[in-house]
Ligand binder design. Structure first.
Ligand code: SF4
Ligand code: SF4
Ligand code: SF4
Length: 393
């Protein structure tokens, strides 16, 4: 399922106008154009994932519905993820996608399926186990994520760990070339603060009041407001590009974006070496005007950057570099394209270290989930205990 490529088109155009010749290796993160068959397959997979959430039935495995249930989305991410990982030519993106698919498969699919854990509010509201859902206020994992985002940026979740980016960067990949860009699209990014305000109100209701009929109604409406656009934007991808939900509608992305702004993460921009090739803007699925912001501020420090690293790794003059908490400890550290790509080889010491840390985290989360489930009591008792703990009842 190779793209018929905008990449090739871009190269020709650059060659014919004689202004700048981009080697193919520089073009690998540009969005390709895919065949109608590939796009139809992607839309069918989106549809399958969606119906899995609305209709829990079809095929069973030891009494668990497996092919048409909410885990169907994660199966689609795994299937299309394998395609994307094998086809990806940027080593850093390949590493990111491999980690993303592994996190979704283990944390969002296997653990909740094998060790069901009901969380206060969300778990009972949808009558399904949700641990260790990162999309639910009140979970330890959520607060742990907030801390990690503060230290390393929104990329911790929006680039490397969220099922939403998982399905949009795997199943939704053929629609990257449709990403809406330009000044107007950039201005519309503020819409997400409406969803953020509702989210803050929902979180306040959870901490302020024990579950009752009106909090359940309010939280139910809030959930619908999040969930309907989540799925609707699957099917809008051929018009809007694959990251429309993350750019404009996700309240959690807005939360993580705020921490992007006040935390240690940013992209350093070197005005002296930038050659104005615009490649960084062309590869950005979040439609961020990287060059304009970089030239004005000497850095790209926005709430929108999900830290995919495409701009950094593809910058031909190494004018861009990630900056996070590690730069406080190691001021000489420069996380530019060369460093990110060199650390992504399967045999590199850094990659092996990251893989070991990842395996340790997965094991810890799995053991924690097992311990919670077996030693704290039934899911319902645990929910009541947690609500009592948080609300003081
Ligand atoms: S913006 Fe929201 S949906 Fe998108 S990756 Fe981030 S948390 Fe997930
Ligand atoms: S920062 Fe790099 S990729 Fe972006 S315009 Fe400058 S040289 Fe090109
Ligand atoms: S600015 Fe760069 S790192 Fe951030 S989302 Fe865009 S391409 Fe990814």
């Amino acid at each position: 399922m190779r793209p018929t490529t905008a990449t090739a088109g871009e190269t020709t155009e650059n060659k014919t106008n004689g202004s700048r010749i981009m080697p193919a290796s520089r073009q690998r993160s540009l969005a390709g154009r895919y065949s109608i068959v590939t796009q139809a397959l992607a839309l069918a997979a989106f549809g399958w994932a969606f119906f899995g959430w609305v209709n829990e039935s079809y095929l069973y495995w030891f009494e668990n519905p497996i092919w048409l249930n909410r885990y169907t989305e994660y199966a689609m991410i795994l299937a299309f993820g394998v395609w994307r990982i094998s086809a990806e030519e940027n080593p850093y993106t390949k590493k990111r996608l491999a980690t993303l698919v592994a996190i979704v498969t283990v944390l969002w699919w296997l653990i909740p399926w094998l060790i069901p854990f009901y969380e206060p509010y969300a778990g009972h509201m949808i009558s399904q186990p949700v641990f260790p859902s990162l999309h639910t206020p009140g979970t330890l994992t959520f607060f742990l994520t907030l801390g990690l985002v503060f230290l390393f940026g929104r990329r911790v979740i929006c680039g490397w760990g969220c099922p939403c980016v998982g399905i949009r960067e795997s199943v939704g990949f053929p629609f990257r070339s449709r990403t809406i860009t330009g000044p107007t699209a950039w201005k519309w990014r503020h819409v997400k603060w409406i969803f953020f305000a509702l989210y803050v109100a929902a979180a306040y209701a959870i901490f302020r009041w024990a579950p009752n009929s009106w909090t359940s109604t309010f939280l139910g409406l809030f959930t619908l407001l999040v969930v309907i656009p989540y799925f609707a934007t699957f099917f809008l991808s051929p018009i809007t590009g694959n990251r429309f939900y993350c750019r404009y509608l996700c309240p959690y992305g807005a939360t993580f974006g705020l921490l992007n702004k006040v935390g240690f993460f940013r992209i350093d921009f070197n005005k002296e070496t930038c050659t104005d090739c615009d490649l960084c803007e062309k590869v950005c699925d979040m439609g961020i005007p990287v060059v304009t912001i970089g030239k004005a501020e000497g850095r790209v420090d926005t709430t929108e950057c999900m830290g995919c690293g495409r701009c950094v790794t593809e910058c031909p003059s190494r004018s861009l570099a990630f900056h996070d908490i590690r730069n406080m400890a190691f001021p000489a550290l420069r996380q530019d394209g060369r460093m990110l790509k060199e650390s992504s080889g399967l045999a590199s010491p850094l990659f092996l270290r990251h893989a070991a840390i990842f395996a340790f985290m997965m094991l810890t989360v799995g053991l924690m989930a097992g311990w919670f489930f077996t030693s704290v009591g039934s899911p319902a008792e645990l929910s009541n205990n947690l609500v009592g703990l948080v609300c003081g009842h």
